[in-house]
Design a protein around this ligand. Structure first.
Ligand SMILES: [Zn+2]
Length: 279
């Protein structure tokens, strides 16, 4: 479980912005309608539901409340025989073999992070959603300051490109193996713009499990959570995540969640499963 110190620091961080928001509400007595302004003030991006909980005076742990709001069970709907996520824009969205993105989903805030890539030239693989891209820049800068050489290999992947990748894998590896190592279009986490594959010149920038044994791979696993990322497909969790161990695939879930998730030793699927969330 979390330490007292962590808890205290976290609450201070959460309460700071809340006090500002509360102040704004109290000061809002103009005739433009405070309800509308309240709505605007409280509508933060996904992941800030914790602040809402505190404003309402509930003594719930904000991270627990956020987990509950974004749980597997709370964020899915059946559509034409598929299970489609209801929160594709949330940094906590969970996409996997059982949960697909809505048809034609494309993030609106894709940008290119200013980091070293393993390849030259323009490519959609260079993009990530803005918040994740900024976090990646900080992660890579920290690595560089510690003489750890990382390279970004593959970030955003559109539905169209995933279609080509999956078809290639089926052709060369067969349907069963193809779905172990790649996703059917609409079910790839890369399509969210929140994931990126990272490697190092020490393994020729390849995406191999041996990367996890390198100095760089170990450094990445240790420090990624400080910047809001987790190793999405941990070793020995194929039955839970649906994917083999991928020490190179990091996923942005936000700086509130990532350290807690990493400490919990749960997979993303378990962390956001109501069976594991105790309110
Ligand atoms: Zn990946």
């Amino acid at each position: 479980m979390k330490s007292q110190t962590w808890e205290k620091r976290h609450w201070l961080r959460v309460l700071g912005p809340v006090l500002i928001v509360s102040g704004m509400l109290v000061g809002c007595d103009s005739d433009t309608g405070s309800a509308q302004q309240e709505g605007q003030a409280l509508q933060g991006p996904a992941g800030q539901g914790d602040q809402l909980e505190v404003v309402e005076g509930q003594a719930t742990d904000p991270v627990m409340a956020m987990r509950s709001e974004n749980s597997l069970q709370a964020t899915i709907q059946e559509q034409d025989g598929r299970s489609v996520v209801t929160n594709p824009e949330a940094v906590t969205v969970i996409v996997n073999k059982q949960r697909s993105l809505p048809d034609g989903y494309e993030p609106k805030d894709l940008v290119e992070p200013n980091v070293k890539f393993s390849f030259d030239g323009a490519n959609e693989k260079r993009f990530m959603r803005k918040e994740a891209a900024e976090a990646l820049e900080k992660l890579f800068a920290r690595a560089e300051s510690e003489d750890i050489e990382l390279r970004a290999v593959s970030g955003y992947r559109s539905y169209a490109r995933q279609k080509v990748i999956f078809a290639n894998n089926v052709r060369t590896k067969g349907e069963k193996e193809a779905s172990r190592v790649s996703s059917v279009p609409g079910n790839s986490e890369h399509q969210t713009g929140l994931s990126i594959d990272v490697s190092s010149p020490s393994v020729d920038n390849t995406l191999e499990q041996s990367f996890g044994e390198t100095t760089e791979g170990k450094w990445l696993a240790e420090h990624a959570p400080e910047y809001g990322f987790v190793i999405r497909y941990p070793e020995g969790a194929e039955d839970k995540t649906g994917y083999i161990y991928e020490p190179w695939h990091i996923r942005y879930v936000g700086t509130d969640v990532a350290p807690d998730l990493a400490n919990s030793k749960l997979t993303v699927e378990e962390y956001f499963d109501n069976a594991f969330i105790k309110l």
